[in-house]
Each structure stands twice: as structure tokens, then as C-alpha cells.
Design a protein around this ligand. Structure first.
Ligand SMILES: *[C@@H]1O[C@H](CO)[C@@H](O)[C@H](O)[C@H]1NC(C)=O
Ligand SMILES: *[C@@H]1O[C@H](CO)[C@@H](O)[C@H](O)[C@H]1NC(C)=O
Length: 309
């Protein structure tokens, strides 16, 4: 299929900090982040002008409706921009992430004693300004194919939530200091394939392969091959005696589901961060699976290579 219409989704510019309250070195660094992002947007737009495609640019925060009628979405920012865009994209429109300001390890090390000099993380971004034209040509000429990333589908009391998670979901009490109570079991074709587990903890996290190197890894989970269709779950800070059981961390295979019952008065399901959330209550049944439409992403080579190891 020839690609004719492109949508460019831009990360918004950061609000400048108060000069009087910020160390001059940090202020200089932050202002430079906006400049580099700005230059990257201009650079990509100039390249698009040269191609025989129609395109328009939209700020990612102005997105409110599912994206239709385009052949390709290009996000310019980092993983956060791609993640936010993913909530508006089904499995028909492929996405290319451009990291507009990649983190430089040498710089982070140089300033490690002074401030956090990370720029933008672009784990899922196949392009930077360095190779944007080359990658874009590969896509427009059909030489590069997107990969299907698994997403999480959630239903509450048999009602599907409209947003699919690309990275992870967290089910927890809205107050971080409060206990979460729930039980869960893994099912396959409607039949239980594990005994029910009752637990008191800080909640439940479920990640995709794409999200397994984010919060799941920080919490002690393992990285999964990027194209895996399984999900990884982990009960957060379980309270003994069930804590010793190995059922607190494991996989929900692609043909399985997790059936969880929330048994606490208050609860929230957070999807890919804190901005998308659904309130749940005592007795709600939450079904979690990888049955969501995939997200088709042009991935960086090295990520696909890792998956083959
Ligand atoms: C999920 O759990 C609830 C409550 O234990 C139960 O009523 C329901 O039948 C379960 N669904 C499946 C598919 O196991
Ligand atoms: C849920 O999301 C809204 C909108 O992004 C946010 O304002 C609110 O604080 C979130 N709620 C919780 C409990 O985190």
C-alpha cells in the first residue's frame, strides 16, 4: 500500500522553570532541551516537504479522537509521545517514533553529581534526526515493515475498557500507603489453570513485552523479547505468608487470561501511567489479557535482534 497521508504528532515544549529558583547550569540544560526538540521538529518537517506525501502536524495533547484516514503516524518526542499516541491508534495504522533529543550517556555521567542530565528515552523509536530520512524512505518505499506489539486488554465486569495498554497497567488503591486486597487466578478458555491466590499487597502490575523494561524491570521483573505475546504480572510488595509463594510473579501466556476480583472498597486501574485511569470498587471482576489489537510499530533494529537471542 502506498503511503500518501502522514500525521505528525509532536511532544509539547516543556514549561521553562523560574530562572530565579533554578541553578543557572540546570536552567541552561533545560532551555537547551526545548531548543533541540524544536530543531528536530523543523528538521523532520523539511524532509517531509521534499517527499510526495501529504502531512500535517498536531500536538499530542490536542488529540482527543481515534486517529483515522492516515497511512502512517510519526511521533516526534520520545517513548512518552509514542505511548500517548498509541491510545488513539488501532492495528491498522503503523507508527514510527522519532527520538527528538536522545539521552547521552557521557553527559549523564559527567553531571551525575550535580543534576539528572537525561534527555529523552526512545527505546521504541527507530529514528533520530540522524537517520530520519533513511528510515522514512525505507517505509515509503515499502522496504521496512512494522512489527506487531502486543497490548493489554482489560475488562471490568465483562465491559471492555476502551484504552489498551502498550506498556503496563497498575491496579491499586488510590492512596499509595493503603493496602490493596484482591484475589486472582489464571484461566484458559474459561477454565481455571491455577488455584486462586488471595493477597494483600500494594497492588498488581501487568506489563507487555514492550513495557517489561520499564516499571516492571525496576520492580524486579525480567525483560521479555519485544515480540512476545505473553504478559508478565507481579504482585507489588505482597504481605506474608503468601509472599513466599512463587505465584506472585509470572506470565499470563498469550492464550490465557487473568481473572482478578477486587476486594477492597476503593481501587483504580492505571493504564500506561497515571493520566488514564478507571475507578473500581469492591467486588469488581477484572479480566486482563493480551487479546487487544496490536500496535504496529517500526522498531529499531537492535530491539528486534535482542528478541532473537
Ligand atoms: C472469574 O472469577 C469470578 C469470581 O471468582 C467468577 O465468578 C468467574 O466465573 C470467573 N471467570 C472465569 C472465566 O473463570
Ligand atoms: C486520573 O486521571 C486524571 C486525568 O489525567 C487525573 O487528573 C487524576 O488525578 C487521576 N486519578 C488518580 C486517582 O490518579
Amino acid at each position: 500500500m502506498a503511503m500518501k497521508k502522514l500525521l505528525l504528532l509532536l511532544k509539547p515544549f516543556a514549561v521553562s522553570p523560574q530562572p530565579s529558583q533554578t541553578h543557572p547550569q540546570v536552567l541552561h540544560f533545560l532551555n537547551n532541551r526545548n531548543k533541540v526538540h524544536h530543531d528536530s521538529i523543523n528538521f523532520c518537517q523539511e524532509i517531509l516537504q521534499k517527499k510526495s506525501v501529504e502531512w500535517k502536524a498536531v500536538h499530542r495533547n490536542d488529540l482527543t479522537q481515534p486517529i483515522n484516514d492516515v497511512d502512517l503516524v510519526v511521533t516526534i518526542g520520545g517513548d512518552g509521545t509514542l505511548l500517548q499516541a498509541s491510545h488513539f491508534i488501532d492495528d491498522k495504522i503503523p507508527v514510527l517514533g522519532v527520538n527528538s533529543d536522545p539521552t547521552r550517556i557521557d553527559e549523564v555521567e559527567k553531571f551525575s553529581g550535580e543534576f539528572d542530565a537525561t534527555r529523552s528515552t526512545g527505546h521504541l523509536c527507530a529514528a533520530t534526526v540522524e537517520n530520519f530520512e533513511q528510515v522514512l524512505d525505507g517505509i515509503l518505499e515499502g522496504r521496512i515493515a512494522p512489527s506487531e506489539l502486543t497490548r493489554v486488554m482489560i475488562s471490568v465486569n465483562a465491559q471492555r475498557l476502551s484504552t489498551y495498554a502498550l506498556n503496563d497497567i497498575l491496579v491499586a488503591h488510590p492512596c499509595p500507603a493503603s493496602l490493596s486486597r484482591f484475589s486472582f487466578r489464571i484461566t484458559k478458555e474459561g477454565q481455571p489453570c491455577s488455584p486462586p491466590v488471595n493477597c494483600r499487597s500494594s497492588g498488581l502490575r501487568v506489563s507487555t513485552a514492550a513495557g517489561s523494561t520499564a516499571a516492571m524491570l525496576s520492580a524486579g521483573g525480567f525483560p521479555m523479547p519485544i515480540l512476545s505475546r505473553d504478559l508478565q504480572y507481579m504482585v507489588r510488595e505482597p504481605i506474608s505468608p503468601t509472599a513466599v509463594s512463587d505465584s506472585m510473579h509470572g506470565l499470563i501466556k498469550h492464550d490465557e487470561k487473568m481473572n482478578a476480583t477486587w476486594t477492597c472498597r476503593k481501587g483504580v486501574i492505571y493504564i500506561d501511567g497515571s493520566h488514564i485511569n478507571y475507578t473500581i470498587q469492591d467486588g469488581d471482576i477484572i479480566e486482563i489479557s493480551s487479546k487487544a489489537p496490536s500496535l504496529n510499530v517500526f522498531l529499531p533494529h537492535y530491539l528486534l535482534q535482542l528478541g532473537k537471542m
